[in-house]
Design a protein around this ligand. Structure first.
Ligand code: PMP
Ligand code: GLN
Length: 419
């Protein structure tokens, strides 16, 4: 039988090719040519969809619902900060800043970290400004996690951690925090550690539960890190939003632990400017050097006028971050007081600007279904907490954001009281 080949060139010659079973150079079998492999894209993150924050905020807008889902204030940053940024914007500070961030801002962060936590961090080699904490988290994970490495996460876990781990070929090991206290069971953490454990990621004050880690928790983590030699990524974006006289237990307060850690924070939370997306990472010199290798190719640097404005404001108004806890504690208290008499159960948040509400007394729906239904029918949007558990554990909790004007909080509470 005559084997058919085609030659792909300026002209495509069908049939009539050479008779031999093996084609000469430039000829390919006709069967192959006629049936190209169907194109299909093979995702690196097949189960990852759009983040719950984007989904719920979009639904709130579409449904005309009060949006207490995604965490962002409905009020502006301090007028003087806005004025400083505007000053730099209109006075020629609009070209690339240094890759590691504006010097003055890194110095201001160094001053703050020294004053608050007693850590003498070098702005040249140990502090990097990033495009939000999100970028810092991604760079830190990418800097240390190699294929096959294990990374311990505490569920409910902020949604950006695991995708970062997986994109580096790492494997997440989840330790669940259980309601109502959401405390850490350190024996369970110990059991989750293996010789492959490369990194532990944690977050205090904690989104979404509003719990804070104690000095004892940090000591346990430090002991395990020193014994097993893993790195730590500490997400401290709510470091200044902590209530009832508690002190934030930054990893910066624990020099032996910090020696192997990345500490990440964000100006978005502190200055009510989540849309500016400026954060930073404080890490020892060797880790910072590795971190910057990634940062320089992810964003290279972050916008100039905002960095200068933040530096000025941080230096001129250290009282702003010192008073932030009291500012949000008043809002938490207002929101919780307004909910007295509702059918929700709550433990007042100890930090962050999120309040969990348990709804077992109202419905037995899955939290994700209830969040959608409340957005559509009751016109109030929240975040279902099961989304932050790798196994989807549904403890019948919704997260509500209270970084809102008092009027918005009253409107929200009125809706919730009616349920
Ligand atoms: N970590 C946690 C726990 C957060 O809640 C957020 C955002 N709200 C981030 C990181 C990201 O912060 P940024 O907006 O500065 O990227
Ligand atoms: N961290 C914010 C929250 O928890 C949202 C940030 C985002 O939308 N990526 O609501």
């Amino acid at each position: 039988m005559k084997a058919l080949f085609i030659r792909v060139g300026v002209e495509i010659q069908r049939a009539g090719g050479p008779e031999s079973a093996t084609p000469p150079n430039g000829w390919i079998p006709l069967a192959l040519a006629q049936q190209p492999a169907p194109y299909s894209f093979d995702s690196k993150l097949p189960e990852v969809g759009t983040t719950i924050f984007t989904v719920m905020s979009a639904m709130a807008a579409e449904e005309g619902a009060l949006n207490l889902s995604q965490g962002f204030p409905d009020f502006d940053g301090p007028p003087e900060l806005l004025e400083r940024v505007q000053h730099y914007l209109t006075h020629g500070y609009n070209q690339y800043p240094p890759m590691a961030g504006v010097q003055g801002l890194r110095e201001a962060v160094a001053g703050k970290v020294l004053d608050l936590y007693g850590l003498p961090a070098d702005p040249e080699t140990q502090i990097t400004v990033t495009s939000g904490a999100t970028e810092a988290l991604f760079c830190a994970i990418t800097a240390v996690v190699r294929p096959g490495d294990e990374v311990i996460l505490f569920d409910p876990a902020y949604d950006s951690y695991e995708p970062g781990v997986r994109l580096s070929g790492g494997v997440a090991r989840h330790v669940a925090l259980e309601p109502p206290a959401y405390g850490v069971d350190w024996d369970q953490v110990r059991r989750a550690i293996t010789p492959r454990t490369r990194l532990v990621i944690f977050n205090t004050p904690h989104n979404p539960t509003g719990t804070v880690w104690s000095r004892g928790d940090l000591r346990c983590l430090e002991a395990l890190a020193l014994e097993h030699g893993f790195h730590v990524l500490s997400d401290e974006v709510y470091e200044h939003i902590i209530f009832d006289g508690q002190a934030h237990q930054s990893v910066c307060r624990f020099p032996d632990l910090w020696r192997r850690s990345f500490v990440v924070s964000s100006f978005g939370k502190t200055y009510h400017t989540t849309g500016w997306k400026i954060g930073y990472c404080v890490a020892p010199e060797d880790l910072t050097a590795e971190f910057r290798k990634i940062h320089q190719f992810v964003t290279f640097t972050s916008n100039t006028p905002v960095q200068h404005g933040l530096a000025d404001f941080l230096n001129a108004h250290p009282e702003h971050h010192l008073e932030l806890g009291a500012f949000y504690q008043r809002k938490r208290d207002l929101f919780c007081a307004l909910l007295e008499g509702s059918r929700f159960s709550l433990t007042p948040s100890a930090g962050t600007y999120f309040q969990l509400l348990g709804y077992k007394g109202i419905s037995d729906e899955r939290d994700s279904e209830l969040a959608v239904r409340l957005t559509r029918e009751a016109k109030i949007a929240s975040i279902p907490v099961s989304i932050f558990y790798a196994d989807g554990a549904d403890h019948k909790m919704l997260r509500f954001c209270f970084c809102k004007d008092d009027r918005t909080l009253r409107q929200g509470a009125e809706i919730l009281l009616g349920l």
